[in-house]
Design a protein around this ligand. Structure first.
Ligand SMILES: Cc1cc2nc3c(=O)[nH]c(=O)nc-3n(C[C@H](O)[C@H](O)[C@H](O)COP(=O)(O)O)c2cc1C
Length: 177
């Protein structure tokens, strides 16, 4: 299935429950490769990914990640390798770059027929320990991945969206586009 980028953007939504079916590692690789094609400040590519497929390790993560609702096929920990030097602006740019990678990951998963959900509700230090993250590497977000349950997306209402008038202005703040 090939999906137009705008179609993927507008039809994606978070999938939190999954079929009990493994996802081929090559498909997960494609998703990660798409994530890693994101724009990044100074092309620093500050993202690192850890794919957790082992059920025991997933169980351990779920115990410290209350944001995960179901048993996914894989949990991807999207980590930030900090640019260092304590430069606050560089850090902000790196976090922003990670956001771009996250969105690429979600869209690629969707375009490849997978469901995905970002999970920010987790114990950062405990996840770092569990994944053996070295100093300077922070788990930024977890993404659960798996095949969506057939028909579930169609019956799910999309998350409410703010209107363009509320979020986008023309020339100066408050003037509708
Ligand atoms: C940074 C971030 C953290 C999130 N954390 C969680 C989470 O812990 N648990 C969860 O179920 N969804 C989480 N989400 C998913 C959002 O709830 C979801 O994207 C939002 O409600 C919009 O719905 P949609 O993705 O279906 O469009 C997170 C999303 C982002 C971007």
């Amino acid at each position: 299935m090939k999906m137009d980028v705008l179609e993927a953007i507008h039809s994606r939504s978070s999938v939190r429950v999954y079929r009990k079916e493994p996802v081929a590692i090559d498909l997960i690789r494609q998703v990660i490769q798409a994530a890693a094609r994101a724009a990044s400040a100074s092309n620093a590519q500050p993202w690192r990914f850890i794919v957790v497929g082992d059920k025991n390790r997933q169980h351990a993560i779920r115990a410290i990640a209350p944001g995960i609702r179901d048993e996914p096929a894989a949990i991807v920990a999207v980590c930030l390798q900090a640019p260092g030097a304590g430069n606050a602006h560089a850090d902000e740019m790196a976090w922003m770059s990670l956001g771009a990678a996250l969105q690429n990951l979600l869209l690629a998963a969707h375009a490849l027929g997978l469901g995905a959900c970002p999970v920010g509700s987790f114990h950062q230090r405990a996840v770092a320990l569990l994944l053996d993250l070295p100093a300077g590497v922070t788990p930024a977000i977890l993404v659960t991945l798996g095949y969506p349950i057939a028909g579930a997306a169609a019956s799910k209402k999309p998350a409410p969206q703010k209107g363009l008038d509320e979020i986008c202005f023309s020339e100066r703040w408050g003037v509708p586009l």
